[in-house]
Ligand binder design. Structure first.
Ligand code: HEC
Length: 193
């Protein structure tokens, strides 16, 4: 009898713990569920790289002066390859890096990244969670950070700070892409094609 009671209470405890854990588990690792505040995830450099955008110098010596390197969780890639869309909780971190160019044994103008400038972060939200936040809408959370402060969002309103520049992505997206995914420049991420 004692054994049964202790087994039952252990089960009850596990049940309660699971419930609470579920209630406080964030859907994405870098989002405060109460406020919708976003930060740059600590471990994103251990995630997978989706792709890199090289920004060429427009005058003077040829080469790149800036790189945008985009990271995401490995699970996002698995999900996208299976279902053709970004899953709830997908985090896209775009790292902005200065770059310089030199003559190397591989070529006359070889560019490499130097200093980190900041991060643009997007978090996929299929549920419309943060209706009162101006950082959330159109299926995503939108935030900009200046290095080195990865916790302080410097953008204030995604409709003013982000949307206009992401409009062209809609025409570049595949016609059958999910409407919210059409905000993303997915053409630059061959691993998802
Ligand atoms: C000046 C135009 C411009 C503005 C403003 C802008 N974006 Fe972008 N964004 C782009 C372009 C173009 C790309 C892909 C090419 C590149 O980075 O050079 C991109 C890519 C991204 C990516 C990588 C995922 C993707 O869509 O391919 C993230 C993350 C991102 N932007 C977030 C944001 C957020 C958040 C804001 C607002 C705080 C914002 N962007 C504002 C133009 C812009």
């Amino acid at each position: 009898m004692k054994y049964i009671i202790s087994t039952l209470s252990t089960l009850a405890l596990i049940f309660i713990c699971t419930l609470t854990a579920h209630a406080v588990t964030p859907f994405a690792p870098n989002v405060d569920l109460k406020t919708g505040a976003i930060n740059v995830p600590d471990n994103y450099t251990r995630w997978a790289t989706l792709g890199t955008w090289a920004h060429s110098t427009m005058e003077g010596e040829p080469g790149s002066h800036e790189y945008h390197v985009v990271y995401t969780q490995p699970e996002t890639i698995d999900y996208f390859q299976k279902h053709g869309r970004y899953p709830d909780g997908a985090v896209l971190v775009k790292e902005l890096l200065h770059a310089e160019t030199m003559k190397m044994t591989t070529g006359p103008a070889v560019s490499h990244a130097t200093k980190l400038k900041g991060w643009f972060v997007l978090v996929r939200d299929t549920q419309g969670r943060f209706k009162n936040s101006k950082l959330w809408g159109d299926g995503w959370g939108w935030s900009l950070f200046n290095a080195p402060d990865s916790n302080k969002t410097v953008s204030t309103d995604y409709q003013e700070n982000c949307i206009a520049c992401h409009l062209p992505a809609r025409d570049l997206a595949k016609p059958d892409a999910h409407k919210d995914d059409k905000w993303i420049y997915t053409l630059g991420y061959p691993v998802l094609q």
